[in-house]
Design a protein around this ligand. Structure first.
Ligand code: PGA
Length: 250
C-alpha cells in the first residue's frame, strides 16, 4: 500500500462571487506551507475558470457533472468541460444532489465514470439520513450506496469516497469518532472485498460540520484520510486551520 496522503476538499456549494477569489488565493497560498496535504476547492461552476487563473496549479473542481460528454441537456455541465477549463476534480453524488435532484446510485456511478473518463479525480459521496442512523441501519445503507455507485474500474489515486452523514451536513452535529471510524472501516472493508489491494490506496474522507475545532479528532479516526468541508471552507480563516490539522497528522 502507498501511504495515503491526507486530502482536504472545500465544497463551496452555491456560494461565491468574483470577490471570493481572494479567499481561494489565500487558502492555496497557506496550503503551500503544508505540502503533506492535498487541498482542493470546488467552487460554483461560474468561478472555476477564474479560480484556475487566480491560483495556477491548484486543484480546483466542480460539484457535479453530467454523465454524458455532450448533448441536449440544458443547464448541465459535462466532465470534459470541467477539464477543459482547468478543473482537475469533480464531486459526484453529494446528498444535496441525491436528495434535491433525485440522483440514484446508478446516476452517481455514471457521473463518476464520466469524471474519470475525462481525466478528473472524483470524490464520490455517500451518507445516511438521520432516521436511518437512529434505526441502526447506517452502515448497511452506506454500503449499499457504495456498492451501487462506485464504478467497477478506476485508478485508486483518482477516486475518493466521502462519507457524509446527511444529518451532520450544515447542522453542527457530528457523529462520534467511534461511529466515524466504524463507518470508514466498513467502507474500506467493502472496497477491499470488491477491489482487493487497490482499496488500500483509496482515500475515504469524512464530511459534515467539520471545523477547525473538531478537525484534528475527526481526521485522526481510523480510516479517515481527509475531510470534505462545506461552510468552513468559504474563508481562509476557517479553512486553513482544518488544513493545518490534517498536516499535523501527516
Ligand atoms: P458542511 O458541509 O461542512 O457545511 O457541513 C459539508 C458538505 O456538504 O460537503
Amino acid at each position: 500500500m502507498m501511504a495515503r496522503r491526507k486530502y482536504v476538499v472545500g465544497n463551496w456549494k452555491m456560494n461565491g462571487l468574483s470577490d471570493a477569489l481572494g479567499e481561494a488565493q489565500a487558502i492555496f497560498s497557506a496550503a503551500g506551507a503544508h505540502a503533506a496535504v492535498d487541498v482542493a476547492i470546488c467552487p460554483p461552476f461560474t468561478l472555476i475558470g477564474a479560480m484556475v487563473a487566480a491560483a495556477p496549479g491548484a486543484a480546483i473542481g466542480g460539484q457535479d457533472c453530467h454523465a454524458a460528454a455532450a448533448g441536449a441537456f440544458t443547464g448541465s455541465v459535462a466532465a470534459p468541460m470541467l477539464a477543459d477549463i482547468g478543473a482537475s476534480v469533480v464531486i459526484v453524488g453529494h446528498s444535496e444532489r441525491r436528495e434535491g435532484f433525485g440522483e440514484s446510485d446508478a446516476d452517481v456511478r455514471a457521473k463518476a465514470e464520466a469524471g474519470l473518463a475525462a481525466g478528473l479525480s472524483v470524490i464520490l459521496c455517500v451518507g445516511e439520513p438521520r432516521e436511518v442512523r437512529e434505526s441502526g441501519g447506517a452502515i448497511d445503507h452506506v454500503l449499499a450506496q457504495v456498492a451501487g455507485s462506485v464504478p467497477d474500474s478506476f485508478d485508486a489515486q483518482r477516486l475518493a469516497i466521502a462519507y457524509e452523514p446527511i444529518w451532520a451536513i450544515g447542522t453542527g452535529l457530528v457523529p462520534t469518532v467511534g461511529d466515524v471510524a466504524a463507518m470508514h472501516g466498513a467502507i474500506r472493508g467493502a472496497l477491499s472485498g470488491r477491489f482487493g489491494d487497490a482499496a488500500a490506496n483509496m482515500r475515504i474522507l469524512y464530511g459534515g460540520s467539520v471545523n477547525g475545532d473538531n478537525a484534528a479528532e475527526l481526521l485522526d479516526a481510523g480510516d479517515v484520510d481527509g475531510a470534505l468541508v462545506g461552510g468552513a471552507s468559504l474563508t481562509s480563516a476557517k479553512f486553513v486551520p482544518i488544513i493545518a490539522a490534517a498536516a499535523a497528522l501527516g
